[in-house]
Design a protein around this ligand. Structure first.
Ligand code: NG1
Ligand code: ZN
Length: 529
């Protein structure tokens, strides 16, 4: 490691005095102008992680649903997963080291993590469409090269596409080709195969309106839509040609405001969906004949998918386990529906996809979704092999057909992370195969009215939680106060937790009516002070 060269280069990406940042749920995120040094240093860290794992590591420059002025960076581990927790700590140390401490911190990390410094390193970089992203990704590359790492810059990519590239590169191409063309081919082939037998009742059924949050999703969906245009026609809105990224549009806006985005024309009963700014989340919605808005969120996506998967799994007659993973934000009705009607086991984990992803790996087939629309379905190696083997069998019967269908489903889901484009194609395939309208899908169960609030406090870390964030253990008395408030309402539930991505405390409440959910959330937010 040429530490003199690092020091010299680092001076060109100097850390502002006194600035401390933390590697949170989705990496580092803050105003773009404060991130240059972090980018450079994450380039350094990616090289060390690559040497240690003897694998390609990904670096994605994005701040997802946050405003256009923000930016962020996260590292992607060898199998396309989020960075391992012990390395999150290294990332925080490295980002906060003062200039003169940088060489020592680098050596410290190398020693603690037993990095073989003679090992080669390879890093792949991707970025979203923010005006600041190009320059910031160049700073990442500066960090990679000063430590002698090789790199490939994919340029503009959705976050899940970068995860896909990392996964492909570390599995010798068995998962797919590590090119944008490879991604389009893999997904669209699976989609076309899956929907071959779908009954389509006219063109309306095959059209979907997509709000792209004025982000990277628009660029990539526009490139990709020709690959599957026979099965599905997508109409792009908020495609970045006029509006501002994530401004009054996108999945996060629609979910948190529970209203349609600007810039999309919705006719009654038309199926619409929104991506977020880096296209790793998706949610659906529609207006009914009375003009009422209906949100079909991540919980309902999980319900649709698990219901769909149950049938072919039953058909192949193998006892592959199917489970659903949610967070505390999952609507109470969805949990009840999954457990009592669908009879699938449901687990609850802490917020943040790394927790859900990890838990989902405990099942042969693990469906995980956050209510905000981030999720995917993971198939264990054993399940994949069993399904592939059955799909190859000579006898052309129902069992083989079911296995074939599952085989395509495996290919259509991004196995590395939640992916708006991939999830959209799965959902569209299921709706087509089942002949379901968005209203029929929405009617699987009725959401309990709910409310989320943000509370600004001096130090959000004074709140700590347990039981997958559903109970507050600190400060003393807070949970008791929440329990008392919850008792006042029917079908009620509430919890608070410090956000991992913003300097706020989040309050969530649900109850038998919107008015009650609103009051409960408000009362709980007062108890937080
Ligand atoms: P925080 O800020 O920790 O609540 C938010 C989302 C998560 C996840 C991350 C990463 C909610 C309530 N929280 O986390 O689900 O998506 O951002 O983007 O939606
Ligand atoms: Zn995102």
């Amino acid at each position: 490691m040429d530490l003199d060269a690092v020091t010299k280069q680092s001076a060109l990406h100097a850390k502002p005095d006194g600035l401390t940042l933390q590697y949170g749920t989705a990496g580092f995120r803050t105003k773009a102008e404060h991130l240059d040094h972090v980018m450079f240093r994450m380039g350094l860290l990616a090289v060390l992680r690559s040497k240690q794992t003897k694998s390609t590591i990904g670096v994605m420059v994005t701040a997802s649903h946050n405003p256009e002025e923000d930016n962020g960076v996260k590292l992607v581990d060898p199998l396309g997963e989020m960075l391992a927790p012990s390395w999150e700590e290294h990332a925080t140390c490295l980002a906060n080291a003062e200039e003169q401490e940088l060489p020592r911190v680098l050596l410290d990390i190398s020693e603690k993590a037993a990095v073989n410094l003679h090992q080669d390193a390879f890093v792949v970089v991707g970025r979203d469409t923010r005006p600041s992203s190009e320059k910031l990704s160049q700073s990442v590359i500066d960090g990679v090269t000063v430590l002698g790492g090789q790199f490939h810059d994919y340029g503009l990519l959705t976050t899940p596409q970068l995860h896909y590239m990392v996964y492909c590169r570390n599995t010798s191409g068995r998962y797919g080709k590590a090119t944008i063309e490879g991604y389009y081919q893999k997904l669209s082939t699976a989609f076309v195969e899956l929907t071959k037998q779908a009954f389509c009742s006219g063109d309306d059924q095959r059209t979907l309106k997509v709000d792209c949050a004025n982000g990277i999703g628009a660029l990539k969906l526009r490139e990709m839509k020709h690959y599957f245009s026979q099965g599905l026609s997508v109409q792009l809105f908020n495609d970045g040609t006029e509006g501002k990224l994530n401004h009054l549009c996108g999945a996060d806006f629609v979910k948190s405001h529970q209203k349609p985005p600007q810039g999309i024309e919705m006719k009654s009963n038309e199926r619409c969906c929104s991506f977020d700014g880096d296209a790793d989340r998706i949610i659906y919605y529609y207006h009914d004949a009375d003009g009422q808005f209906h949100l079909v969120d991540g919980d309902k996506i999980a319900a649709l998918i698990s219901g769909f998967l149950k049938e072919p799994l039953l058909e192949i007659g193998d006892s592959l386990s199917l489970g659903v993973v949610q967070t505390a934000y999952a609507n109470g009705s969805s949990t009840r529906y999954l457990e009592e009607v669908m009879k699938v086991p449901v687990c609850c984990t802490k917020t943040g996809v790394k927790h859900l992803h990890h838990k989902a790996q405990e099942f042969d087939i693990g469906v995980y979704f956050e209510a905000n629309g981030h999720g995917t379905v993971l198939f264990s190696k054993a399940a994949e092999m069993k399904i592939k083997q059955l799909a190859e069998e000579l006898e052309e019967d129902k069992k083989r057909k079911a296995a074939k269908m599952l085989e395509n489903v495996i290919d259509l889901f991004n196995q590395a992370t939640g992916d708006a484009i991939s999830d959209m194609l799965v959902i569209e395939a299921i709706l087509a195969l089942k002949g379901l309208t968005v209203q029929q899908w929405d009617a699987l169960y009725t959401d309990l009215p709910n409310r989320q609030l943000k509370v600004k406090v001096a130090d959000r870390q004074v709140i700590s939680t347990t039981d997958a964030e559903r109970q507050a253990v600190k400060p003393p008395g807070l949970q008791e106060a929440i329990n008392e408030l919850v008792k006042k309402y029917r079908l009620s539930r509430a919890f608070v937790r410090p956000s991992g991505t913003e300097d706020i405390v989040r309050v969530y409440a649900e109850a038998d009516s919107q008015e009650n959910a609103d009051s409960l959330a408000y009362e709980v937010s007062l108890a937080v002070f």
